[in-house]
Design a protein around this ligand. Structure first.
Ligand code: ATR
Length: 273
């Protein structure tokens, strides 16, 4: 069977092996997919050992996505703009190819799985780290009207907005400068939930027609999702679907087959509680 793996540190809680095992079973593909703990100083050598050997493809997670970007000898346009690579494989000529499926994972979970209208949407994105950088181009490609990137450290939001200056639809500000008016979509891309915290944005950003999406998920509702629910958001969605969708896009790149994500999202949801 063809070999695949996800490299990260830490990696113990990765759900990717379960997700890819379900895709493989569903599509009748013979493959193995394991989670590998990689030492910080061994990443590049570990990738080369795996892909020069019988490994067919890799997912890359924290903290190695930028190093995977640097290692890739060919990159997709979306990986180029994301500045990070979560999917590696080999081209026919032997070069390492890098792609980033996180942003399309978010867009598909919003648009296809949850019916959130992205075309023309006014979007507020909270956070300006690697997770946010990876989703801006796919959101723009989906036809949003505008993206306001708000971050605790304003300079990081400004740096991201500058990357997309040519497009003209991305603006940056601090949390205290977010206008008190309802957005069509709010995406939380901060890691504040990990500390049980909530980015301090005005309640008025959530209106009766606002969809709220947290890129994080857990057994408990995240602080951001709870906040959005209490404010009466039209839709409150956590990041489990994005996780499955980014995996599905990696699987499609490697295997040329598009898995059906709905039953896998349902199974992963059921296993969470
Ligand atoms: P990732 O690659 O997951 O995006 P990161 O680059 O460390 O990780 O970015 C984390 C993001 O969450 C940043 O936008 C960070 O804000 P700063 O740039 O000001 O550090 C944001 N963040 C983390 N903890 C936060 C908190 N408690 N409140 C608000 N924002 C927080």
């Amino acid at each position: 069977a063809d070999r695949y793996a996800v490299f990260g540190n830490p990696i113990a809680h990765s759900k990717s092996p379960q997700i890819h095992a379900r895709f493989a079973e569903q599509t009748g593909q013979a493959l193995t997919y394991t989670a590998e703990h990689i030492e910080e100083n061994d990443f590049e050598a570990a990738v080369e050992r795996f892909l020069q050997g019988d490994g067919k493809g890799l997912n890359i997670t924290v903290p190695f996505k930028e190093r995977a970007w640097a290692l890739a000898q060919w990159r997709s346009e979306r990986a180029e703009l994301a500045g990070a690579v979560n999917t590696l494989y080999r081209l026919d000529d032997g070069r390492f190819a890098g792609d980033n499926t996180d942003g399309i994972g978010l867009v598909r979970d919003l648009a296809d799985n949850n019916g959130v209208m992205l075309n023309g949407a006014r979007v507020l994105v909270l956070g300006a780290g690697g997770a946010v950088r990876g989703v801006l181009q796919p959101l723009l490609a989906a036809g949003v009207n505008s993206i306001l990137v708000a971050n605790r450290t304003v300079a990081r939001a400004e740096t991201l907005a500058e990357l997309f200056a040519e497009d003209g639809r991305v603006q940056a500000c601090g949390f205290d400068q977010v206008p008190a008016e309802a957005f069509d979509l709010i995406v939380n891309g901060t890691s504040a939930s990990l500390q049980g915290e909530l980015p301090p944005v005005p309640s008025a950003t959530v209106g009766a027609n606002t969809a709220c999406y947290d890129m994080m998920y857990g057994t408990e509702q995240t602080p951001f999702c709870r906040w959005a629910s209490e404010l009466g958001a039209a839709r409150v969605i956590d990041g489990l679907g994005m996780l499955v969708e980014q995996a599905a896009e990696s699987f499609r790149i490697w295997r040329g087959v598009q898995p059906d994500t709905a039953p896998v999202i349902a199974a992963m949801r059921a296993a969470l509680t």
